[in-house]
Design a protein around this ligand. Structure first.
Ligand SMILES: [Mg+2]
Length: 248
């Protein structure tokens, strides 16, 4: 993925061989709990950054992180900590966060979940290979760090991030629009698969009309994910092939 938002790597652009209409052309992955565990690096850095920025003790114990967006988490922390949530306080907070998350990621106690690397390789090797993108509640710079430490950032052509919006459904819409721009076509919902580990991932995939693949690697139960009626629900990505997911 290119460093500047909106730019893409020309070497990964789609070929002139267009996949059949209706085939999956884009697979969007959530990060935390889906692609990788960061060993709690993000959560630790969130609490420390709030204290470093505003002198208010860690309030993360009052907050549920799974499936949330960074901007919505910051808003909730401000509410618990008595801090005004403004563009200025948010910028201050995330500058501390990015500095601190690097330190926790360097401890490197996490890694990709089972089947992730194989799935990414298999999708990339499919005929008329679907494009790989991100659909995450992380801010873009945080996503880059979390995936970069495991050598995965460059596997994805573009993404939708918390920088796009506080609301995950609107991040999904931004990722869909960006995917259409990247592929130079109007993407229909069923041409997209959204992969994630929480009911919020399934909901945002459904919001853009995408097929949804739920993986129970992020701490939630398989049963809870199945109740949300995704197209697939699996314990981890070793249980599916790229061909099954992408219809090749
Ligand atoms: Mg997640």
């Amino acid at each position: 993925m290119a460093d500047a938002q909106g730019e893409t790597n020309p070497t990964t652009r789609p070929s002139a061989n267009e996949p059949a209409r209706g085939a999956v052309r884009l697979v969007l992955f959530d990060i935390d709990g889906t692609l990788v565990s960061t060993g709690g690096a993000g959560m630790k850095a969130f609490g420390e950054a709030f204290e470093a920025a505003f002198g208010v003790g860690d309030v993360t114990g009052k907050i549920k992180f799974a499936g949330r967006t960074d901007y919505s988490l910051f808003r909730e922390m401000c509410r618990h900590g008595g801090i005004d949530c403004t563009a200025e306080t948010r910028d201050t907070f995330f500058s501390h966060y990015l500095r601190l998350v690097d330190g926790h990621l360097d401890a490197n106690t996490g890694g990709p979940f089972p089947g992730v690397l194989r799935m990414l390789d298999e999708i990339a090797a499919l005929p008329d290979a679907p494009t790989l993108g991100l659909l995450t509640g992380n801010i873009r710079e945080g996503a880059m760090r979390k995936l970069g430490v495991y050598g995965l950032w460059d596997r994805f052509a573009f993404g939708g991030f918390s920088d796009d919006d506080e609301d995950r459904n609107r991040i999904a819409a931004a990722a869909k629009t960006r995917g259409g721009e990247y592929l130079e076509c109007r993407l229909d919902g069923p041409e997209i698969v959204v992969v994630g580990d929480t009911p919020r991932d399934i909901a945002c995939g459904r919001h853009i009309g995408a097929r949804t693949l739920a993986v129970a690697t992020g701490g939630g139960t398989l049963e809870a994910l199945q109740e949300c009626e995704p197209d697939w629900a699996v314990p981890d990505l070793t249980h599916l092939s790229a061909a099954e997911v992408c219809g090749r």
